[in-house]
Design a protein around this ligand. Sequence first.
Ligand code: SAM
Length: 216
Amino acid sequence: MVQIIQCEDGTQTVFSPQFQETYHSIKGAIQESSHVFLNAGLNHLLDQGYSTIRILEFGFGTGLNALLVLNLVKDLQNISIEYVGIEKYPLEKTEISRLSYHDEVNVHISDWLKLHEGNWCIGNFKGKVFHSDFNDFESDTKFDLVFHDAFSPNIQQEYWRSPFLEKVYEKMNRGGVLVTYCAQGEFRRELKRIGFTIESLPGPLGKREMTRATKL
Ligand SMILES: C[S@@+](CC[C@H](N)C(=O)[O-])C[C@H]1O[C@@H](n2cnc3c(N)ncnc32)[C@H](O)[C@@H]1O
């Protein structure tokens, strides 16, 4: 069982006793997710004129990132999103029912619950969640946007290094971007070695930097 706790700005996050880490920054969950995954990721591709975007998320967790995507694109009728989330330790229904993210971003509860059914089609936003290990995810589809949201390198180093990152690179289209809250030096050097172009962007509240990596 996980614990649901409050961030400093009053939004909720989850603490995992198993991994001894929170799912989001304790400074503010929605602020962090919006900053890293929406603004530096999805909005960045929309600004370049993408109209169909395939997103792959490592660590679906609470579904907050998918919810924020839904909230952004629900009124953009010319945009189409396909979303794949990977999650090995799905939250229990009772835990999901205690999260109120949908109220905070003004998405109807029925759409929020659809995201947690694991296979949805809500207007222009389609998605699936695979309850598997990150390492076991195989797909012939290539992705334009990767939300890398594993636990930090201190806890899950293998997902911030090769061979895992090389597999992620192979799953991406040219021009695609990977965004993450992590700004660790060794992680960035590994991304560069693989062939990504790295941008160091200002981080969300409480973090100096975040990373955006582009597969040119
Ligand atoms: C930092 S949390 C991010 C959660 C999520 N993006 C959110 O906004 O709630 C990391 C997530 O990765 C999941 N996870 C950790 N190791 C995993 C693995 N090896 N395979 C699949 N999922 C994993 C955890 O259960 C957790 O939900």
